[in-house]
Ligand binder design. Structure first.
Ligand SMILES: [Zn+2]
Length: 245
């Protein structure tokens, strides 16, 4: 057996270099390649096009084999790969963050397009899914909404005020168009609502009666007056019911 020397001469540049300057090569002398790392790199760069083509063809021909080898390698070196990845990510934190942001921005239009296409293709399924979800999680959603509203009361108020001011015309136009397009539905809805208010003698129903009769502005009607009117209406209804018995 021959001993591994500390140095050897590169067959390309003919410079004697440390054995660490050579890549490992199973079939090479002393288990090292004949040319030094620098010469190898130069060769790689000079033949990059040719190499890429070779790699592509090799990849197509050996797809199964490559994926098997890769899988096996990944499985065998799980821990060290994870460590390497961690180390790399830590050392290149800023660069990775920047790259990710750039990638995110560059692919945004593509993503938007894909998601809108997906949305249009699956509109009905998605709507049904959403409906089902809302139905099954009604309590949870309500709880979440209530909590959010309570915690952000001021913010919401401010936001909606700003929104209404900025979109005054649009809102007015939209409302007008909606009322025109849905005349019948609205009439039925209002009637239904009014019936509920009347049956329950709500404050707002009583207020509207008092306004019609007395011409007092809504906001000036005292609560005592509402209570009195409610009592009066209750008695009146009771008497009417008895008449029919
Ligand atoms: Zn060399």
């Amino acid at each position: 057996m021959c001993e591994i020397p500390i140095e050897k001469k590169c067959t390309k540049c003919h410079i004697v270099k440390s054995i660490d300057e050579y890549h490992a090569a199973k079939k090479g002398k002393y288990g090292k390649s004949a040319t030094c790392k620098l010469c190898f790199r130069k060769w790689q760069i000079n033949n990059s096009e040719h190499l890429a083509e070779y790699k592509r063809i090799y990849g197509v021909k050996n797809r199964k084999k490559i994926s098997q080898v890769q899988k096996l390698y990944a499985l065998k070196n799980k821990e060290s790969i994870r460590e390497q990845k961690k180390k790399y990510e830590h050392e290149n934190k800023d660069r990775i963050t920047k790259q990710r942001a750039q990638y995110y921005l560059a692919t945004k239009p593509l993503r938007n397009l894909a998601s809108s296409e997906y949305y249009h293709k699956n509109k009905e399924t998605l709507a049904a899914q959403q409906k089902e979800y809302r139905k099954e999680n009604r309590e949870k959603i309500k709880e979440y909404q209530n909590k959010y509203q309570e915690e952000n009361r001021e913010k919401i108020k401010e936001y909606s005020k700003k929104y209404n001011e900025e979109n005054k015309e649009y809102i007015a136009d939209y409302g007008k168009k909606y009322r025109e397009d849905n005349k019948e539905v609205i009439t039925i809805r209002d009637k239904k609502r009014m019936n509920i208010y009347r049956d329950n003698l709500t404050d707002s129903y009583i207020k509207s009666l008092l306004c019609d009769n007395s011409k007092i502005p809504r906001e000036c009607i005292p609560q005592e007056m509402i209570e009195l009117k409610r009592l009066q209406l209750k008695i009146k209804r009771e008497l009417e019911n008895q008449k029919w018995m």
